[in-house]
Design a protein around this ligand. Sequence first.
Ligand SMILES: [Zn+2]
Ligand SMILES: [Zn+2]
Length: 287
Amino acid sequence: MKHYFIFLLVSMIYSCGNNQLPEKTYKIKTNQILHKKSTSLIVLGTIQDAGSPHIACKKECCIDLFSYSDHDRQVVALGLVDNNYNKKYLFEATPDIAKQMKALLKDAIQNKNEIVDGIFLTHAHIGHYTGLMYLGKEAANAKNVNVFAMPRMKKYLETSGPWSQLVTNKNISLIQIEKEQSISLTPNLMVTPFLVPHRDEYSETVGYRIEGPNKTALFIPDIDKWNKWDKSIVEEVKKVEPPKPTVSKSTKQVLSNLLKAPDKSGETQEGEGDDQTPDQMLLCIYC
Ligand SMILES: [Zn+2]
Ligand SMILES: [Zn+2]
């Protein structure tokens, strides 16, 4: 886990504020990725919490999507695979979890189980944890799926229905994680949560540093204004190489603006609710 870098992907999370569908830069290509490399990180979704099409949307961006869904437009999630040790992990339990878990597992070299080996949660907003409901009795009725959660997030799940039922029914097995404390998943994979500023009504919000044998990724699905963070996004970006040209033009523009002129307003930069600012919603993965 010595080399810190490789690939930078910053994707705008499109919502109905955009009048055009996004470029399909992030198509899931699990066939190609998983068989080539023993460890892989897969972008399983880039859309804001509410998914696509957006409920009650009357704008042009969603009109066709209500009739013809676009399977590439799924809520933000990452897949992590170590084929050497036959382990697969999901970051975020989104409302699209059924399709995302299938996409992650179907092309793995070995897959005896239809459920991943673990799920890492970032926070208690709808696009990031409510997919856990599909592990319950009405759906998969899963057995002791490892769910990694920070202390407040864990307590929230244990003490609030219907989530607490998943715990009492042993559909999920909650594993408490702590900020800046690394979890070794396999000899090839290390994951470290770190706090980021966000609207923490029911839980903390974390991002994850994901270290593989050669590359390191930073996953920050939701964050308020960058200047509220105790780390400098500029400095964090400097630790990695400049963005590869695999990102779309609009995405590169967002990154460029971000680095030049940090917003001072202090308002949230995430998608859900009244404070939605679609042009600023970001999913960042620094490898
Ligand atoms: Zn979100
Ligand atoms: Zn959020």
